[in-house]
Design a protein. Structure first.
Length: 198
């Protein structure tokens, strides 16, 4: 089963397969992620792996515009149902098989990219491609956020700590925050400004 089929089946079976809207762990983790964002406002954010839109809705409160993408068309439909009114006009929702396909990137890049509970579903080649595209799409001085469960699961292809360490070793990224608990790791990096790229 492909990654797209896997996630589509999950969301068709249960509109909230990880209980992100109701589970205290998920709600608290989301609050910590949002509190860790260094800026109050962002111009143009990108949320790959947006799921049913629980985090998307709150990221929209911090972003002028937000692009949110998921493997699953059902998840994207659920996100659209969750987010209505004025906020919906600032949201670009797309079902895309990341990283093979990528959304259009603003001319100045995304100044915020939030990768939460996603990257460990990629095999080595796809993960390398995904990380490269994220860095290319991030504006100078923009923020990259990664947050992942530490314990692994049957469908995870990458260990969280090694995955985050690999991203942090990129010389274009400066670590701003690392928060590790028993169950998850949260990292925030800032991309070098154009005059400070090694």
């Amino acid at each position: 089963m492909s990654g797209v089929q896997h996630f589509e089946q999950l969301y068709q079976t249960d509109p909230d397969p990880w209980r992100v809207a109701s589970d205290w762990y998920e709600r608290r983790k989301r609050a910590l992620l949002l509190a860790a964002l260094p800026r109050e406002r962002y111009r143009h954010g990108f949320e790959p792996g947006c799921g049913n839109g629980a985090t998307t809705l709150q990221l929209l409160e911090r972003c002028d515009f937000l692009c949110a993408v998921d493997f699953s068309a059902t998840a994207i439909e659920l996100s659209g149902q969750r987010i209505q009114g004025e906020a919906r006009s600032r949201l670009d929702l797309q079902a895309l098989p990341l990283p093979a396909r990528w959304p259009d990137v603003p001319a100045s890049g995304f100044d915020l990219i939030v990768v939460s509970e996603l990257a460990y579903y990629f095999d080595d080649a796809a993960l390398a491609h995904f990380n490269r595209r994220c860095l290319e799409s991030l504006s100078p001085a923009g923020h990259l956020v990664m947050c992942h469960w530490l314990h692994g699961a049957h469908d995870h292809l990458q260990p969280t700590q090694a995955m985050h360490r690999n991203v942090g070793e990129n010389p274009q990224l400066q670590a701003l925050l690392t928060h590790t608990e028993a169950d998850f790791q949260l990292d925030v990096w800032q991309k070098a400004s154009e005059g400070n790229v090694p």
